[in-house]
Design a binder for this molecule. Structure first.
Ligand code: FAD
Length: 329
């Protein structure tokens, strides 16, 4: 493993400046939150920073604070703290539930929300150092290889699936991301943060190398809104979603006024289902409607040679999660 130095950032501006200076010196730098993903990448020699800019030393970026009817969540909040926050549990259950399904208690205790959203893919070809798109090459080995866990939507030329559970919930909640970088701040809808491989197969989002995901902003929770996260894994714990669904329903008695449905584990980005959302608006969520929604959800899926099982699995997740959420009092 290459030797690196650790620089504790005092504030966001200093963190950006430290990375800029390192780049000007012709060296590599990485921002680090909990380090639970980054240090693994360093050990596997997939990234080789000369300087780690530690964001956890920035005060106040680990809080949930009320703002404009909604809440602002500091990017450095740990997944454990986030999942236990009473406001998040009450008004944004889908996010609390997504955070508490991540990995293990140990990882949730150190892993941050921003780090979770920015973690790199867990495709075995990438993680094992194959010269794929993510490692600077020009091939996706999964396409003709071991693609059991890869994309059925939005793939090509890379077929990774986005690994973050919280990202799926944040898109369903129509969160905004406050990003701080060399040219100041920008506010981006979560859905516009994630990028398909057609845009740049080496990356999963539009964050620049000197930019920090500083804060996540959630809009006010509409009255009578309920939400949930359902995750399917290939073992009981300690792993990423094979398929997941984040669903937010605004209900009036038993009628769905509006719906937001986003899938995880099936595409290189959190995969929103606008057509299904339109189908549900103004309807009672019956068994028949949930079954039709599940069929529509999977229209256009393009499974690879070894992951066609994801199609019926995802249909089941959409149907069951919808019925479960709609029937809650
Ligand atoms: C065994 C195992 C199982 C796992 N299972 C799951 C799972 O089920 N679901 C899931 O979602 N994840 C899972 N993960 C991934 C885990 O959740 C992430 O490692 C963790 O959330 C990353 O958070 P961190 O703060 O430690 O990030 P770090 O390791 O510090 O950073 C991760 C990446 O994000 C960048 N980064 C960090 N903070 C910022 C910031 N504020 N702005 C810009 N860039 C930033 C870093 O440069 C790095 O590239 C698993 C990991 C392991 C090892």
């Amino acid at each position: 493993m290459k030797t690196f130095t650790n620089s504790n950032a005092r504030d966001l501006q200093q963190a950006v400046t430290l990375v800029q200076q390192t780049h000007r010196d012709g060296k590599a730098a990485s921002f680090v939150g909990g380090g639970s993903d980054l240090l693994g990448l360093v050990k596997e020699r997939l990234v080789a920073p000369d300087v780690l800019v530690n964001l956890k030393t920035i005060k106040g970026l680990d809080q949930v604070t009320p703002a404009a009817g909604g809440v602002n969540i500091g990017g450095l909040i740990t997944l454990d703290t986030l999942s236990h926050n009473p406001v998040i549990r009450r008004d944004y259950a889908v996010l609390a539930e997504a955070a508490e399904t991540v990995a293990t208690p140990q990882i949730r205790n150190v892993g941050t929300l921003a780090g979770n959203v920015n973690q790199r893919p867990w495709c075995w070809y990438f993680r094992n150092g194959f010269p794929c798109f993510k490692n600077g090459g020009n091939t996706c080995f999964s396409f003709g290889g071991e693609n059991q866990f890869h994309a059925i939507f939005g793939g090509g030329p890379s077929y990774i699936v986005h690994p973050s559970d919280t990202a799926v919930a944040l898109v369903a909640l129509e969160a905004k991301f406050r990003i701080v970088g060399p040219s100041g701040e920008r506010l981006l809808p979560a859905a516009d943060f994630f990028a398909l491989p057609q845009q740049n197969p080496a990356r999963e989002n539009v964050l620049g190398p000197e930019e920090i995901l500083a804060e996540v902003q959630l809009p006010s929770a509409r009255p009578a809104t309920r939400s949930t996260y359902h995750k399917i894994m290939d073992r009981e714990a300690w792993t990423h979603a094979v398929v997941s669904a984040a669903i937010v329903l605004e209900m009036e008695k038993d009628v769905c006024r509006s719906a937001r449905i986003v899938l995880g584990g099936v595409a290189p980005i959190p995969w929103r289902l606008p057509e299904v959302e339109r189908m549900l608006a103004g309807q009672r969520v019956t068994e028949a409607l949930a079954a039709r929604a599940a069929e529509t959800a999977l229209e256009g899926a393009k499974p690879l040679a070894k992951n066609a099982y994801k199609v019926p699995l995802t249909k089941g997740v959409v149907r069951r999660t919808l019925l479960d959420l709609a029937s809650r009092a």
